[in-house]
Design a protein around this ligand. Structure first.
Ligand code: PLP
Length: 354
């Protein structure tokens, strides 16, 4: 029988019971739509508690929109966004960032999923040359797409480099909670305090039904405008303004209350470490990237993949390298991990040589 929980993605998990309860709790009476309601104001208040009073928060439906709209707010079409060659914005958003911003993305090779200052320096050129796009944003993903986490000094160095040149830093924080939990930092320490200007704050992968937010930290004037000044219009024009916003806001409010964000992230991170440990004991399975958040990347013999997938759905991250991505979630249990690892052991052990 197929187990009901798999390791395919942290968005294959359901909704945290507290969050579901919160959605039901705000399902009373009529309230004004489009964010002019007390639940949305309360959620924004929670963001201010975590990140400071002088921020602007805009709730959106999904992570792709949070990223695309963040970049749109920071750029003109002749500018460019420096990112990793494995960045979600570059590989997994169907060209939406390019389409909506008109900007070129400059993808760079990474070390374990992380942009390095050296490669960013190398890519930063052609400034003032009318033939070149003008790099204007460095976008980093925290935790990265490869389950690693930038250290605070690595983010700070990239931010300093950007700001010294009048550029901005965007953080794709689809898994910012996992990163902060991994680093033992608050959400603010893991983003704003390191020089991030705009954060795509992720909730969906950490137990919400579907809720993300764009958080602006930088209120500096650009061409006489606050960076977030026109964001209300951008969000609506991009079809990301929820009419019954209270049900999205209530989710974010709950995540940011009583450390739910932290408890969920710590749990999924711990399950990933457990999975890593179990896999390390299996001859034939090799962990490929440091396990620093809730994802485990392992190389396994090619012949074992189909058999494993008969019982567990998951994605082959890289066919050529026979590299698998296994994600843990807020609801992954130790028993899930042990049962999966045991099946990996059996399957690898029983495989027919190619
Ligand atoms: C690193 C990263 N950023 C952003 C997203 C947001 O994607 P979505 O638009 O599916 O919510 C994801 C989801 O897979 C992700 O892994």
């Amino acid at each position: 029988m197929k187990p009901s929980r798999s390791f395919a993605s942290d968005n294959n998990a359901g909704i945290h019971p507290e969050v579901l309860k919160a959605i039901a709790a705000v399902n009373v009476g009529h309230v004004v739509g489009y964010g002019d309601d007390q639940y949305t104001q309360a959620a924004i208040g929670k963001f201010r508690k975590h990140f400071g009073d002088d921020i602007d928060v805009f709730i959106v439906f999904n992570g792709t929109a949070a990223n695309v709209l963040s970049l749109k707010a920071l750029t003109e079409s002749y500018q460019a966004v420096i990112c990793s060659d494995g960045a979600h914005i570059y590989t997994d958003e169907c060209g939406a960032p390019e389409r909506f911003t008109g900007c070129k993305l400059i993808p760079l090779a990474t070390e374990n999923g992380k942009l390095t200052l050296a490669s960013v320096k190398h890519a930063y050129h052609g400034i003032g040359d009318q033939h070149h796009v003008q790099p204007h944003v460095i976008s980093i993903t925290q935790a990265t797409e490869l389950g690693t986490v930038y250290k605070p000094n690595e983010v700070r160095a990239l931010a300093d480099f950007a700001h010294e040149r009048g550029m901005f830093v965007h953080m794709d924080g689809a898994r910012i909670s996992n990163a902060a939990a991994s680093l033992g930092q608050t959400l603010r320490e893991a983003s704003r305090d390191l020089g991030v200007d705009v954060l795509s704050f992720g909730g969906t992968k950490n137990g919400l039904m579907g809720a993300e937010a764009v958080v602006f930290f930088n209120r500096a004037l650009r061409e006489g405008k606050n960076l977030s000044q026109n964001f209300l219009y951008l969000r609506k024009q991009s079809m990301q303004l929820a009419s019954k916003m209270r049900f999205i806001s209530a989710q974010l409010d709950t995540l940011l209350t009583n450390n739910l964000w932290l408890n969920n992230a710590q749990h999924s991170n711990r399950m990933a470490k457990l999975l890593e440990k179990a896999l390390m004991a299996i001859p034939g399975a090799k962990i490929v990237y440091p396990v620093e958040a809730n994802g485990v990347f392992a190389r396994i013999p090619r012949e074992a993949i189909a058999k494993l997938q008969e019982r567990y759905f998951f994605y082959v991250w890289n066919e050529e390298e026979s590299l698998m991505r296994w994600m843990c979630s807020f609801d992954t249990t130790e028993e899930d991990v042990q049962a999966f690892a045991e099946f990996v052991r059996e399957t690898i052990g029983a495989r027919q040589p190619a």
